[in-house]
Design a binder for this molecule. Structure first.
Ligand code: GLN
Length: 562
């Protein structure tokens, strides 16, 4: 099939497509709704893949400030996509390729490259058809033989200027792959007005009108609200927005994000989507018992573990989204409720550290860039080391642990990373020689999955239950090989290295309950029902500490009759 701009749509596309758009307001939870639908379709035995189209001009979020945009997720193949990809992977339990996140920046960039190469044969290059074709091609490329349903989330809100080419592309898409192969879901807000005690449908109507103005009639409307949408209100939305009543879905606030798939299933979302896509008989029973068991565990967890995150972006908790989720996953597995304490690394001066950290059960020193707050993180690493406080260092976290150890134990006064100081006597963290000339900031880090070999008798090998592991990376700096021997001689365990032994991947401290650092980002591989071993173990160590500190409390609880 020919695309309007001269491209070709594959004849053999067998996948079905679900497009999720949002209206009224941003941050309504489109990503979570899309991910939950993904989980439900997977529970129906379908092979699901997900992707996100982002209307901003950045090539990818890799260079974006976490204060503004939240965490940068990392895929196995080294993509630096939007944090929604993390929700997708956690919910549908599939690794997604970097191509699962396309931005306006990437789309224009490839169209411009094609233009310079002369691929357009002298024609005028325009948003329609060339940009829209590029968008459609990217969607189609993801719909290979291994996919039954591709769920595509369109970032931004209908009505935004930047979103127009995406909406136009997905509108054309249905015509080109066939009506029965495409389902449009529109997410809106139904606000509750306290003074009148009413839920209002007007914003939904306006938003649907806006979408229709761009040529798309939604098949399903998901209404976000803090109160359930009554049948009467559903009837009204059904009538005014012209969708069947079973396609008006109430998505009421949930107490845990992992409850959302169950709520949406209760509203029949997956059955309705399957019906629209001609996928199977409506009313088919779906086995969600494993997910239900898991959600029950989430609610039943009663022991508490207080885990501090020593960060710099703590006013933007989304900057550490996958770390927080991984800690929670660790708690779910152990029947413990992880309470996150945000600790502002910048505010530390040595004397304050114990006041801030003493009543915590464990800490995480997460990844980060730039000098702000680094001395506070080094102080936290030191406090944890000296007080047997369980501590997991992630990427920059490992680096500050090495700096602390070098300064305080290996007698390398003033040791630091070359990221934070010049002309250092002890640059224990530094760029590898082959990286020193890098001038481009985007995509030039060590990115994606890399293998590490663990020492067989090490703590990390026991935790993983393996001596060869693969983790995702996103950093420029490494432990400086010049100081490896001295650090080891002073007692630091460099217990995981790259297969060629050039790079230190894991550190630990023999004799400490849990003082473990990894140069990688294990948080990107944790799944709700399959917590990452490092987080599970950190929470286990935290639980032990919590029990030691308040033994009487646990004894009393242990005697409470069932
Ligand atoms: N800034 C450090 C580096 O580039 C750590 C990066 C990170 O924590 N992701 O190596």
């Amino acid at each position: 099939m020919k695309l309007a701009g001269g491209g070709q749509i594959r004849e053999d596309v067998v996948a079905k497509f679900v497009f999720v758009t949002g209206g009224v307001s941003s941050s309504l939870g489109k990503g979570l709704t899309a991910s939950s639908l993904g989980r439900l379709l997977k529970a129906r035995g379908l092979r699901v893949r997900m992707c996100k189209l982002d209307p901003y001009l950045n090539f990818d979020p890799g260079t974006m400030n976490p204060f503004e945009h939240g965490e940068v997720f990392v895929t196995e193949d080294g993509g630096e996509p939007d944090l929604d990809l993390g929700h997708y992977e956690r919910f549908i339990d599939e690794n997604l390729p970097r191509a699962s996140n396309a931005t306006t920046g990437q789309i224009y960039s490839s169209v411009m490259q094609k233009e310079r190469r002369g691929d357009y044969l002298g024609r005028t290059v325009q948003v329609i058809p060339h940009i829209t074709d590029e968008i459609k091609e990217r969607i189609l490329r993801l719909a290979d033989d291994e996919v039954d349903v591709l769920i595509v989330e369109v970032g931004g809100t209908v009505g935004d200027i930047e979103i127009v080419p995406f909406i136009e592309a997905i509108r054309q898409f249905r015509r080109e792959v066939g009506r029965e192969n495409v389902c449009y879901i529109h997410l809106t807000l139904v606000p509750y007005l306290a003074p009148s005690g009413e839920q209002k449908t007007k914003p939904t109507q306006h938003s649907v009108t806006e979408l229709r103005g761009r040529g798309i009639q939604p098949d399903v409307i998901v209404c976000r609200s803090d109160h359930p949408i009554s049948d009467e209100l559903k009837r009204k939305i059904s009538l005014l927005c012209d969708v069947p009543i079973n396609a008006v879905v109430s998505a009421v606030d949930a107490s845990s994000i992992y409850e959302i798939p169950l709520l949406l299933h209760g509203e029949g979302l997956d059955a309705t989507v399957c019906q629209i896509l001609n996928l199977e008989e409506p009313g088919r029973e779906v086995d969600l018992s494993a997910w239900e068991d898991f959600v029950r565990r989430v609610h039943e967890a009663d022991e508490r573990v207080r885990v501090g995150i020593i960060g710099k972006y703590i006013n933007m908790p989304d900057a550490y989204l996958s770390v927080v989720e991984s800690l929670r996953h660790g708690g779910f597995a152990l029947g413990a409720r992880v309470e996150i304490e945000w600790v502002q690394a910048e505010s530390f001066i040595d004397a304050d550290v114990s006041a801030d950290l003493d009543n915590l059960d464990a800490i995480v020193i997460p990844g980060g860039f730039g000098e702000r707050g680094v001395e506070g993180k080094i102080a936290a690493a030191k406090y944890a080391r000296e007080n047997n406080l369980p501590c997991l260092g992630i990427c920059l976290g490992l680096q500050v642990m090495v700096i602390d150890f070098a300064r305080s134990v290996a007698q390398m006064t003033g040791a630091n990373s070359t990221e934070f100081g010049d002309a250092l006597e002890y640059p224990v963290i530094a760029l590898m020689d082959d990286q020193i000339d890098i001038v481009n900031m985007g995509g030039t880090m060590r990115l994606g999955a890399h293998v590490a070999r663990l020492k067989p008798d090490s703590q990390v090998a026991k935790i993983y239950g393996a001596t060869t592991v693969t983790e995702r990376h996103r950093h420029r700096y490494e432990v400086n090989n010049r100081f490896r021997q001295s650090l080891e001689d002073a007692g630091l365990g460099l217990t995981g290295v790259s297969p060629d032994e050039r790079l230190v991947e894991f550190i630990e401290l023999p004799g400490h309950r849990f003082w473990v650092g990894t140069q990688a980002h294990p948080e990107f591989k944790s799944r709700p029902d399959r917590p990452h071993p490092l987080f599970r173990e950190l929470v286990t160590a935290g639980l032990e500490r919590a029990r030691e500190r308040t033994p009487h409390l646990f004894e009393i609880e242990a005697h409470v009759p069932f």
